[in-house]
Design a protein around this ligand. Structure first.
Ligand code: FES
Length: 98
């Protein structure tokens, strides 16, 4: 596991973008639960960290595709997955499995 952020750096119901090696990773804080996704939208690669975050949905700003946070896939097509990383929180720090 690799430390990539402090939990306090991720606004509640907001996001933070971090680079891990050459991979952009979007961290989302949904009511205190942290999710780590590959930041690149599976459609055309826009930044999901800049997306519109609402309850259980992240909407890409470029072409408005919606992604289900719990399932990490497109709402309109569950076969269209977003790459995710396992998250661990320890002493206020965020670690992911890279
Ligand atoms: S790049 Fe995200 S919906 Fe098109």
């Amino acid at each position: 596991m690799k430390k990539i952020a402090e939990i306090n750096d991720i606004p509640k119901n907001g996001s933070k973008l971090v680079m891990v090696d050459d991979t952009p990773i979007a961290l989302f804080n949904f009511n205190g639960k942290i999710h780590a996704w590959d930041n690149r939208c599976p459609h055309r690669g826009a930044s999901l960290a800049d997306g519109i975050i609402s309850e259980n949905i992240i909407q890409c700003k470029l072409h408005l595709w919606e992604f289900d946070v719990k399932k990490a896939c497109a709402v309109a097509n569950y076969n269209l997955k977003v790459e995710t990383f396992t998250v661990e929180i320890k002493d206020g720090s965020v670690f992911i499995d890279v």
